[in-house]
Design a protein around this ligand. Structure first.
Ligand code: ADP
Ligand code: TYD
Length: 202
């Protein structure tokens, strides 16, 4: 089963993802951008305010393709639980915002590029915080972390939830870290319980 954590910068994804390590020691914990050389290329581009947004999209997408073939698919084939801190929805939401005015219907465009090859998550835990809160928590290390930009990203996440409400579990990320972690852990437990009720294909 593939569970992803999504939300704007500073929403608490990494905090929740780290807490889950102790609860599910046999799971495979991974993240995007990855630590491969593709992920390093992505991070270089993140630090470059002048990077072309389409070039960014394809760098992030290359990193995703490598992540799928090298980490995600082998782990799922081995029957593991995979928990990813960010995944395809980050592209739909972030590059969907960055490509506004560059391509028509950017969120749908970015989704369309992924459809032929990606492996959609079984469930996505969405940590919801106000963009101002996210920006303050995250600091402003890269070009995608500014509150104005994060507001557009958050709207895109809401669109994605509207498209597939059954895939998402929304968690209020503005509470204490302990309360947020507890909600995320409860959500994962419920998801695993319900997966056990039926036969699930990778
Ligand atoms: P993300 O991975 O979504 O960017 P992090 O988990 O890295 O978020 O958290 C960003 C910053 O906010 C960190 O300094 C973290 O300690 C802090 N933080 C995380 N969750 C909370 C919370 N619920 N309340 C207050 N601060 C938080
Ligand atoms: P990340 O290291 O996960 O940052 P954080 O822990 O603060 O959430 O991601 C780095 C930045 O890259 C973040 O601003 C979100 C952005 N991003 C995209 O724009 N597209 C993507 O596909 C991914 C995975 C991340």
């Amino acid at each position: 089963m593939l569970i992803t954590l999504e939300g704007i910068d500073g929403s608490g994804k990494t905090t929740a993802w780290e807490a889950l390590h102790d609860t599910y020691p046999d799971a495979v914990f991974t993240r995007e951008p990855t630590t491969s050389w593709y992920g390093e290329a992505v991070r270089r581009s993140l630090a470059d305010d002048d990077a072309d947004p389409l070039a960014d999209l394809f760098l992030f997408t290359a990193d995703h393709a490598d992540h799928l073939s090298r980490v995600v698919r082998p782990a799922l084939d081995a029957g593991k639980l995979v928990v990813s801190d960010r995944y395809s929805d980050s592209r739909y939401a972030y590059q969907g915002a960055a490509l506004s005015g560059v391509v028509d219907r950017p969120v749908e465009y970015v989704r369309g590029i992924h459809v032929p090859f990606t492996r959609p998550p079984d469930a996505t835990i969405y940590l919801d915080v106000d963009p101002q809160v996210g920006a303050e928590r995250a600091g402003t290390n890269d070009k995608f972390e500014r509150a104005g930009y994060l507001a557009a990203v958050r709207e895109n996440y809401e669109r994605l939830i509207g498209y597939e409400p059954e895939r998402f579990v929304r968690v209020d990320g503005e509470r204490s870290p302990e309360a947020v972690v507890e909600s995320v852990e409860a959500a994962v437990e419920r998801l695993l319980d319900s997966a056990g009720d039926g036969v699930r294909e990778n």
